[in-house]
Structures are given as structure tokens and as C-alpha cells.
Design a protein around this ligand. Structure first.
Ligand code: M6R
Length: 615
């Protein structure tokens, strides 16, 4: 995690870096720092806290002038968040300065070696070790900065995206990547460096994404040279045209990114099926599936790997794939899968789901599956991300940038893509009739409008949130397709409001969680009319007789649950299979309003970061 930004060119670097860091705060926000070359010397300002704290601090500490600079927003790994551990870090001589996203795993042995050679360390970080290693190599080998970075990185075990410069040669910035993302924006005689393209989107649409094990030397007036870190071979830069625009990464009148992203779901879902769902022709067109149809049809099973919310989307997909396409599916936490010696064969298809496309465990699971010969398909949101590049084929969710740490539109668009895939495969396998296929296309096409309708309960949900905001625990129950939605609802609540919440399959309640129920326990029950309705009604009665407070998510016009529940939130009628796309909306709003009422930092909840690029 951590966000890094850099600039080299004719403009003032400071405002570009600060604005860029604000856009990257989703990647980490426990400390921040900036280093500038002001024409004569290196100026560094850094602090525990957010970029706003850095702005206040740098106001007093530095002149803020200079057209070369680097900045960092941190999610702590080695060393607690404090001023000293904040980046940038400076080498012992005071000449070299670095920012780093990632983890140097062998930093302890490197540090001991450097200490034995007289180096001293102020911080507890692995990054300070790396910059001194670079300095040591530069001195010992009498090489230029670029070469020293390369030699040092060849001694390093771990993951990194780094930017380094030497105050004695400030017209040159060296960057490198392994396992952590790094993009370079190419302007007119100016370069922007960042963990993703958002910090430079208003300056240029031309970007180079460094691949793993690549480094680049960027020189003012002279351009960029990319090399392989291992063998020094030159790489031809591939310049991509960015599609993103500034409005997409701004709040657009909403109080929080999370709320904006919840409200963007009708559009995000439409964008995701546009051009793929062709209702009039009664076909689904997905290049990644068409080109690899045999792999899917001959697969013994599909293994889905993901983390967090994406894992919940995977669980929904398990129901959909098995139901429609009759292909056996297993869903695994990427972090468990990769460490447990799983049985994978060439007849397996692995689907990796990730909003960011940078989640380290998911990436590692992909590499493992590939090494065993499985075909790997990615479902990612971020174009050009590591997972998108590492997979054999894939389908993007066209959700647009998701900035709030709590995933919302990523979840519903992932389910949309996975539903399209399952429908397409079901058609190819003949496990769905043509009339049923058409009915599903029609209904899926109507989902955005139904999401829009579901959003109209916002004020009612806010009122319910006010009643329950001070409780210590919540239970979420759902069955079938909506069991993963119960898990997702509970995750949303805990991550942004810090209220303990658990999701359960409703029928499992009797096997333990029922002991928790008393008059103080709110229980959110997803009780739509289609999915095992009568059984859910019985579960609600069991809760009622133990005095639990029931918040029912029901189909419009529901009568039975309304009589039993303390509150109901209505959603429009849809197919059971598509219902997670609607039932999730009130749960997102409930967690949002509770967190706001509790005055929590909704977009940047404590201890979290948007993309988890460490293992
Ligand atoms: O970028 P990814 O989809 O791979 O991220 C996976 C999880 O880290 C992510 O879904 C996380 O659980 C969110 N904070 C949930 O809201």
C-alpha cells in the first residue's frame, strides 16, 4: 500500500505532489511527506497524519519551491506511524532521497551489514535501509545513481515501487517497480510519477505503466529510459492513452466518495453490460470468453480467488455459475489458497476478481495457478493493473475509479460481469433455454433502473441508522444468493463504523448465533419474496420470539415480513439470481449513514487502505 507521487519538469512540483497525494490517500493515510529540490538544496517535510497535516507542517518547514520533487502517503508496515518513520527517507550522506511503496523482506540482514560498515539509522523502516544500500553501492562501485539503484535492487527480496533522486543531480529521477504499481505520465518536457494515473490526469493522458522488474531513469529535457532490473536490457516504452477524466475522481457534490459511488451504481452497471449484453440480438458478446470458450467448456471446475468484497462477489458467482452453467465452482480466499498447496490442474479455470487489480495475495494466487498450467481469467476494474496484465484473459468491470475504501460499485459491477459470463457459458453449454436466456437479458437490462428505485429509500434508511447507530453489535442474515450479501453488509458496517457485525446464512442462526439475540441486537434479514421466503419468515419469527430488532430487506409490496419486522426497506421485484444487485444497496446505505452519524471517516477508515499490495 502507500501512495507515491513525483514530478520533474518546469512547473512548481509542490502543488502537483500535494494534490496527487490527496488523490492517492485511499492507498494509505497514516503519515505523509514531501521532498523538493529548491534549486540549491534538498527540502524535506514529513509528518504523522494525513496529507492535510503535511500541508500545515510544510507551510512552516519548507519554502515549497522547486520543480523536482517526490511525495508519499503511508500505510505503515515496518515501524509505527510517526514523523520519523514517514517517507521520504534520506541516506546517511544527506544526498539521496527515496519514497517507497512495498516491503523489503530481507531488510534486517541488509541493515546489519550496513551497520557493520558504519551506517546509522533514524527510523525503523525497511525503506531507510534501501536508500542507504543504494548509497553504499554508489560509493563502493563508483557508479551513477541509476546503476546503483539497479545493483541494490538485485540484492533485495520483497516488493517495491520506488522513486529516488540525488540532490547533487536533481535533473534525474530513478524509479523502479516489483509487485507494487507505478505509472509515469508523459507531458511536454515534463514527467509525473505516481502509484496510479489519478495525480496527473489533468496534465496528460499519456501514461507508461512500468512492468514488474523494470526501472526507469527520467531526465529533464532528455526523456525516459526503461530497463530490466535483472539483465539491464532496454525496454521499448509502451505509451497508453488514459480514458479516465478529472470529474470521475472528484466528489461531484456528494459529501463522501462512498456515497457518490453508491449513487453511481446504475451507471456503473449499465457501463459494465453495455456492448456485451445485446438483447435484441439475444446474445452476450465477451471477447475474453469467446476467445477461450473451449477452456471454459472443458474445465473440470472453476476456482474463484479474491479477497474482501471481491471474495463476496465470487461467492455470489458460485451460485450463479452452478445454477445457470452447471459448472462446479469453488471460491477461495486468495490468501489461503496460495499458502495451502492446492490441487490445480490444466483442466481448471481460475477466475481472479479484484477491483484494484493490485491485491498481493490475489496476484500470488494467479501466479501459482499459472505455474500449474491452469487457465487464468481476471475480473478487474483498474485498466492495465497488475492482475489485468498477469491473467491470460479477462473482462473489465466498467465501474470507473472507486476511491472510497469501502467497495460499493465494484461489488455490483463484478456481479454484473460474472452474471454475463455465466449466462454466456450456459448458452454455449445448452443449460439454459433460449427463452430463459432472453428473459435474463431483459431483466439484467432493467437492473440499473431498479437500483435507482432502491436508492430512493435513502432517507428512510438514514432514519433507521439513527435508531441503531449506538449499538455494539449487528447480525446480518441471508439465504442462497443473498447469504454472500449478508457477509458483504456486515463487512461494510464494520469497516467504516467500527461496529462489530457478523453475516450468517439465516438457517445457521440456530447453530450458534441465536444465543446472541436479545432486545439490544439489531438483525438485518434479507427476506426477498423469491429466495426461500417461507423459511426466512420462520427465521424472522425465531428472532422475534427472542426480542431481537428486525430490519427486513423485502420485496416491494411484502406483507408477511412487514408484520413481523421492526423496520422494512423495500426493493423492487427481480429474479432471485439477480437480487444481490438490489439487496446490497440498502446495506451499503445503512453502513454509510451509521458511520456518518458516528462521525467516522467514511472514505478513509482507520487501519485500512484501498488496495492491499502487501501479503
Ligand atoms: O482491490 P480488491 O478488490 O482486490 O480488494 C480486495 C479487498 O481488499 C477489498 O474488497 C476490501 O475488502 C474492501 N475494503 C471492502 O470494502
Amino acid at each position: 500500500m502507500c501512495g507515491i507521487v513525483g514530478y520533474i519538469g518546469p512547473r512548481e512540483a509542490y502543488p502537483i505532489i500535494i494534490e496527487g497525494l490527496k488523490r492517492l490517500e485511499y492507498r494509505g493515510y497514516d503519515s505523509a511527506g514531501v521532498a523538493l529540490f529548491d534549486g540549491t538544496d534538498l527540502k524535506v517535510s514529513k509528518t504523522k497524519g494525513k496529507v492535510a497535516d503535511l500541508e500545515k507542517r510544510s507551510e512552516q518547514e519548507i519554502t515549497k519551491h522547486g520543480s523536482v520533487g517526490i511525495g508519499h502517503t503511508r500505510w505503515a508496515t515496518h515501524g509505527v506511524p510517526n514523523d520519523v518513520n514517514s517517507h521520504p527517507h534520506i541516506s546517511n550522506s544527506g544526498d539521496l532521497v527515496i519514497i517507497h511503496n512495498g516491503i523489503i523482506e530481507n531488510y534486517e540482514s541488509l541493515k546489519q551489514e550496513l551497520i557493520s560498515r558504519g551506517y546509522t539509522f533514524k527510523s525503523d523502516t525497511d525503506t531507510e535501509v534501501l536508500i542507504n544500500l543504494i548509497e553504499d553501492v554508489k560509493k563502493q562501485e563508483k557508479v551513477k545513481l541509476g546503476k546503483a539503484v539497479q545493483i541494490a535492487l538485485n540484492q533485495v527480496v520483497g516488493a517495491y515501487a520506488i522513486a529516488v533522486f540525488d540532490k547533487n543531480k536533481p535533473e534525474e529521477v530513478v524509479i523502479a517497480r516489483l509487485g507494487s504499481p507505478l505509472a509515469v505520465g508523459i507531458g511536454e518536457d515534463e514527467f509525473f510519477i505516481a502509484s496510479d494515473a489519478s495525480p496527473f490526469i489533468e496534465y496528460t493522458k499519456d501514461a507508461i505503466y512500468l512492468e514488474d522488474e523494470e526501472m526507469a531513469i527520467i531526465r529533464f529535457h532528455k526523456g525516459i529510459k526503461i530497463r530490466k532490473i535483472k539483465d539491464d536490457s532496454l525496454v521499448d516504452p509502451y505509451v497508453q492513452k488514459l480514458q479516465m477524466n478529472l470529474e470521475e475522481i472528484e466528489k461531484g457534490g456528494f459529501d463522501h466518495f462512498m456515497l457518490k459511488e453508491i449513487y453511481e451504481q446504475p451507471k456503473a452497471i449499465t457501463d459494465t453490460y453495455r456492448g456485451r449484453l445485446l438483447r435484441e440480438e439475444a446474445i452476450i458478446k465477451m471477447a475474453g470468453i469467446e476467445d477461450n470458450m473451449k477452456k471454459f467448456l472443458n474445465a473440470d471446475r472453476i476456482i474463484i480467488v479474491a479477497c474482501g468484497t471481491s471474495w463476496h462477489a465470487g461467492l455470489v458467482a458460485e451460485y450463479i455459475f452452478e445454477d445457470l452453467a452447471r459448472i462446479p465452482v469453488e471460491v477461495e480466499y486468495a490468501s489461503e489458497f496460495r499458502y495451502r498447496n492446492p490441487i490445480i490442474t490444466e483442466k481448471d479455470v481460475l477466475i481472479a476478481i479484484s477491483q484494484s487489480g493490485e491485491t498481493a495475495d490475489t496476484l500470488a494466487a494467479i501466479k501459482l495457478a499459472k505455474s500449474k498450467g491452469a487457465f487464468v481469467f481476471g475480473v478487474c476494474n483498474v485498466v492495465g493493473s497488475s492482475i489485468a496484465r498477469e491473467t491470460h484473459a479477462g473482462a473489465y468491470t466498467h465501474a470507473g475509479p472507486e476511491i472510497g475504501v469501502a467497495s460499493t460499485k465494484a461489488f455490483t459491477t463484478q456481479i454484473t460481469v460474472l452474471t454475463l459470463m455465466a449466462l454466456r457459458l450456459a448458452r454455449a453449454k445448452g443449460t439454459i433455454s433460449s427463452s430463459d436466456f432472453r428473459r435474463h437479458l431483459l431483466e439484467l437490462e432493467m437492473i440499473p433502473q431498479k437500483v435507482e428505485e432502491s436508492l430512493k429509500s435513502d432517507a428512510h434508511i438514514k432514519m433507521i441508522s439513527d435508531i441503531y447507530k449506538d449499538v455494539g453489535n449487528f447480525l446480518y442474515l441471508g439465504r442462497g444468493y443473498n447469504f454472500p450479501v449478508a457477509l458483504e453488509g456486515a463487512l461494510k458496517l464494520k469497516e467504516i463504523s467500527y461496529i462489530h457485525a457478523e453475516g450468517y446464512p439465516a438457517a445457521e442462526m440456530k447453530h450458534g448465533p441465536i444465543a446472541l439475540i436479545d432486545e439490544n441486537m439489531p438483525i438485518v434479514v434479507i427476506a426477498t419474496r423469491k429466495g426461500h421466503y417461507e423459511k426466512i419468515v420462520s427465521n424472522i419469527q425465531e428472532i422475534k420470539s427472542r426480542k431481537g430488532k428486525i430490519i427486513g430487506i423485502v420485496t416491494k409490496g411484502d406483507v408477511q415480513v412487514k408484520e413481523l419486522a421492526d423496520h422494512v426497506i423495500e426493493i423492487p421485484e427481480t429474479f432471485e439470481l439477480l437480487s444481490p444487485l438490489l439487496t446490497t444497496i440498502p446495506l451499503q446505505l445503512l453502513s454509510y449513514h451509521i458511520a456518518v452519524l458516528l462521525d467516522k471517516n467514511v472514505d478513509q477508515p482507520r487501519n485500512l487502505a484501498k488496495s492491499v499490495t502487501v501479503e
